[in-house]
Design a protein around this ligand. Structure first.
Ligand code: NYM
Ligand code: MG
Length: 214
């Protein structure tokens, strides 16, 4: 039996990641499980949730960055076990969000390389979708959490571009990345694109059995 595939949906806030990851898992008919980052249900996730939702909850940029990474390490073994059992894992955000949101703060010393370091050794996705939507800032609820301002999202977008354009290629073996602009597309249309690209990828890469790491 070959291992399951690690499939990631990334993007800025309110671009439809949670909807699309849930629909993808459902459409894979029990062959996949969903993992969302941050996982707010753990102790570390609880601190992250407080940081995101309580303006008076202060943490140094370095500390919250390491907590987001620790939150991934908490479930790293579970993800690997699931894949080893032949089941796919669909991720709602992962390492790239970790790097992009922290680097966007432009805190002295926290460049892409620094931000990428704590996630070194985590499993690398086989297939990544990057969702963008010109109207994401208009979605309901936008602005409720830290980082949800049009200004900051523009900075995060720049960091995502830098990661996928140059840094990713230089630092690691490149994984498959699909860029999807979902502006003016319905949930169903986006889902059909994501689903068909995923099933085709799984079919074409069925024999790939070695794990890839950041
Ligand atoms: N976020 C998410 C980070 O800053 N670093 C990370 O490593 C991860 C996984 O958390 N604005 C930020 C991006 C989001 C926020 O995520 C909450 P979501 O998907 O909106 O619940
Ligand atoms: Mg959000």
């Amino acid at each position: 039996m070959t291992r399951g595939k690690l499939i990631l949906i990334e993007g800025l806030d309110r671009t439809g990641k949670s909807t699309q990851t849930a629909k993808l898992v459902e459409s894979l008919n029990g062959e996949a499980s969903l993992v969302k980052f941050p996982d707010r249900s753990t102790q570390i996730g609880g601190l992250i949730h407080q940081y995101l939702t309580e303006p008076d909850f202060h943490l140094p940029d370095q500390a919250i960055h390491l907590l987001f990474s620790a939150n991934r390490w908490e479930v790293a073994q579970t993800i690997k076990k699931t894949l080893a059992q032949g089941k796919h894992v669909v991720l709602d955000r992962y390492v790239y969000s970790g790097i992009a949101y922290s680097a966007a703060k432009q805190t002295p010393g926290m460049d892409l390389r620094w931000c990428a370091q704590p996630d070194k050794g985590l499993l690398k996705p086989d297939l990544t979708f990057f969702l963008s939507n010109a109207e994401s800032g208009l979605r309901q609820g936008f602005g409720e959490e830290r980082y949800e301002s049009t200004e900051f999202q523009a900075k995060v977008r720049e960091q995502f571009v830098a990661i996928f354009d140059t840094f990713e290629e230089a630092a690691y073996k490149k994984s498959h990345i699909v860029f999807l602009d979902t502006t003016n597309q319905s949930i169903t249309q986006v889902h059909e694109l994501v689903h068909s690209a995923t099933t085709e990828f799984i079919r074409k890469n069925a024999e790939i059995d070695e794990f890839m790491y950041f």
